[in-house]
Design a protein. Sequence first.
Length: 348
Amino acid sequence: MSESDGTTRDSIAADRRYDVAVVGGGPAGLTTALYAARLGHETAVFDRGGGRAAMMQDTHNVIGTPESVSGNEFLSTAVDQLQSYGADYRREFVTGIERAGDSFALETTEGPAAAERVVLATGFSDERPEPPLPRTGRGLHYCLHCDAYMFVDESVYVMGSGESAAHVAMIMLNFTDDVDLLLRGDEPTWSDETATLLEGHPVDIVHEDVTGVRNGDDGWLEALEFEDGSVREYRGGFAMYGSDYNNDLAASLGAAINDDGTVAVDDHGRTSVDGLYAVGDLTPGHNQIPVAMGQGAKAGLAIHKELRAFPKSLDELEAEGAVSASDVPAMPAALRQQASDLASMADD
């Protein structure tokens, strides 16, 4: 969809033209949209649903949020907050994005949309081991920094045969003295240096594959069965098989992609393509909710500085003259009304 095929920003329905379009509805994308909307920009989130945060049984390491809050509850509250400031939340899948002059044209499962700035918050998917497996969130985990605390003084496995699995197994010794590294019949691919490190740490390497899972009445893992007939008790553990980054949209626009599949960005989420941002798990760094929220906030602030109408530059004032009182405020009427409604509710 582009000007070359007859589609322009003005040809798209007015209620689908935005200053900022965020693709992805996780913590990073929702935070970017929250900042953009509160700073006076017409904003939409396009979210196909699902995602890593939605899978969380409990929320950890998010200050002010009880750990009993599930990922879906966390995201639902965020969407309500976002909409209260006048942003649109669209449950749509973005199938393509193209440049349309200085703007972007988006194609979604519900039709075309347009935006001056696009923020990709499409994240990644954890590569999952083959069954049989414990239940995700009840014995099978992917985030060491989120869930290591759950296994203090418990029996823990780490599943995988690469560098990351070996190092996570050694890291878990900070929390427990009972750590097994499960190769599941695969040959290790870690370096000779890592092999030497493993030899110097009390990690039990198990070569046999898993053949069965034993869960308790509460659904939590209790033990794994192995092909040699042995049974090992575990409270839970971590699968370390890598990540599949959802970078197709970024690549289609010509954005620089790092060797690991993440999208290359600067400190405020700008990609190598003008007007295109990326935040959250799609970018390098720690895959953590507070980190993602911080990235979203910084991207929202950077976008605001690019899009805000005032202050005018000296060149603009010389070319256009002084700003008229009738030109301010620049914030769209609908967002101003939303702010007024919120203020009235607070006064009641």
